[in-house]
Design a protein around this ligand. Structure first.
Ligand code: SER
Length: 341
């Protein structure tokens, strides 16, 4: 008998840390973790197996299919928006071909199991692309189908992979005589910028939020790469993990869509600065906008409409701006870096 497991790709990344810690502590599922980097020591205790490997390695994925009965895949591996701009074709390979490999793996597993494997996919506000700042400022809360003209390779990749998820779920092998819809069970969340107390993201463009906070707590000077008035939606990591688990466990018949916005609070870089300075008064933070990164953030919405997620699977954030900073981020970061209260 093959062992029933949950597969998490990009396990060593930001969401991976939060998700594995949560699922591991809960202890209800066996986790197989996959990442190109070795999995952090702190996470290994929670995993049945941790594999260092590449989602582009077909042989490796083939071995996973043979060895495990994979019930759910959390496909978190990706190259984020800023890093992707330095090598767009590599980003495309990892973000799109990598996702395609995992979707095929899911189809194969679903066939063996005779039931659809759940495929949980984090997309992003980067899937949106507003043409200019004025449009962004007047756009209000953006719904899932609006302004889908991303300006980054990462955003294009995320949007396209949402389409692939829909294709594999509903239309894969549509001309085959034995075609059955719902081959896999693809469920996708478009995340806003995420902030964690435990990890700092690498290569994203919403990173100025978490970077400001983590640098300040460590007493390291930080130059914020966007203007003070720059506004984005953000979410604390515990809510991000919660949203993935809520979507995973939602009854299929309640899900009217395959792709859902979620958000928690919209905040300007100036507001983050003020909160951070209040918590760490000796912090050295300056603003030094980077024109290209600024342009990317200016193309992302200041707020998104997550009413479909609220309606279909009962989504609501537990951490608004005040709770996120005062009850989670600042105390946990102070403890992490040993800042005296
Ligand atoms: N946080 C991501 C990035 O900045 C967006 O999803 O690339």
């Amino acid at each position: 008998m093959r062992k029933e497991v949950v597969l998490i790709t990009g396990a060593n990344g930001e969401i991976g840390h939060g998700l594995i810690t949560h699922l591991g502590r809960e202890g209800k599922v066996d986790i197989v973790a996959l990442d190109v980097q070795p999995l952090d020591e702190s996470l290994r205790q929670y995993c049945l197996r941790s594999i260092q490997g590449d989602i582009l390695d077909g042989m490796l994925l083939g071995r996973l299919v043979a060895e495990f009965e994979i019930r759910t895949i959390y496909h978190l591996a990706s190259i984020l928006s800023t890093k992707a701009e330095y090598n767009p074709e590599t980003a495309h390979r990892v973000n799109v071909e990598g996702t395609l490999n995992l979707l095929r793996l899911a189809v194969e597993q679903s066939g063996w199991q005779g039931r659809p494997v759940k495929f949980i996919y984090p997309s992003s506000i980067a899937a949106y692309g507003l043409p200019d700042l004025e449009t962004k400022l007047n756009a209000g809360k953006i719904k899932e189908w609006m302004w889908l003209e991303p300006t980054t390779m990462y955003g294009c990749n995320k949007l396209y992979c949402e389409h692939l998820g829909r294709y594999y779920t509903r239309h894969y092998r549509q001309l085959a005589a034995d075609h059955t819809p719902n081959t896999i069970d693809f469920r996708c969340i478009r995340f806003p910028g995420l902030i964690s107390a435990d990890t700092v993201p690498t290569g994203g463009t919403s990173d100025y939020g978490p970077e400001m906070l983590h640098h300040a707590a460590q007493g390291v000077p930080y130059a914020c790469f966007v203007r003070p008035d720059t506004c984005l939606p953000f979410m604390a990591m515990p809510d991000a993990v919660r949203s993935l688990l809520m979507l995973e466990s939602a009854p299929k018949e309640n899900l009217k869509h395959l792709v859902y916005n979620v958000t928690s609070f919209s905040v300007t870089a100036q507001e983050i600065y003020e909160i951070v300075m209040n918590a760490f008064p000796t912090a050295q933070i300056t603003f030094k906008p980077h024109p290209s990164r600024q342009a990317i953030v200016d193309s992302w919405p200041a707020d998104v409409d997550d009413s479909a997620a609220r309606k279909d699977w009962g989504w609501f954030p537990e951490y608004n701006k005040e709770r996120a900073f005062n009850e989670y981020l600042i105390p946990a970061i102070k403890e992490r870096y040993g800042v005296k209260v």
